[in-house]
Design a protein around this ligand. Sequence first.
Ligand code: S3P
Length: 184
Amino acid sequence: MIIDNVNIVLIGFRGTGKTTIGRILARRLGKGFVDADEYLEQKEKRTIRDIFQEDGEGVFREIETKVIQEICSFDDKVIATGGGAVLREENVRNLKKRGVLIFLNTDINIIYKRIYGDKRSSQKRPNLTHLSNYQEIKYLLECRRPLYDKIADFVIDTAGTSLNTVVRKIIALIHGHVRDLRKE
Ligand code: S3P
């Protein structure tokens, strides 16, 4: 595995900056950038919100699995995944084949503000439970954090850290990781 053809896969909850950080990271590393949700919407020719509304979450997850499988056959990309993509083992297996998984971890209040402080952001994201907005984030974070932690090659805490610093940290980690893999 050399850095040139490795995929860098960003995982984590909604509103943790996967897309924003992914774009900057891709530019710095000279890799292509793929946002799994955008890719899915382009392929389906409808928004995630519409898919949820018209067909429900189950159908969305099926489509998401096919999209992840397709994206994972690419080389040399930075990939931002949807927050629930790693709930399926099959997706994790595929993402790990050519990818280093980086979990962007942040604070619940930051997530809440990012999602619900911006109308465009909240409108894009369908509710996943019948809980209130804050309680939904709290509940899902409790369920998902252990999984994100377990499958990640690296965890980066982004709370109180600038985008540039996060990107620099990721680059340093990947270089170290690839060096270690070369030694094996
Ligand atoms: C989801 C997160 C979303 C999107 C879909 C479901 C989730 O992606 O895939 O609304 O289950 O957490 P982002 O993490 O990019 O918001």
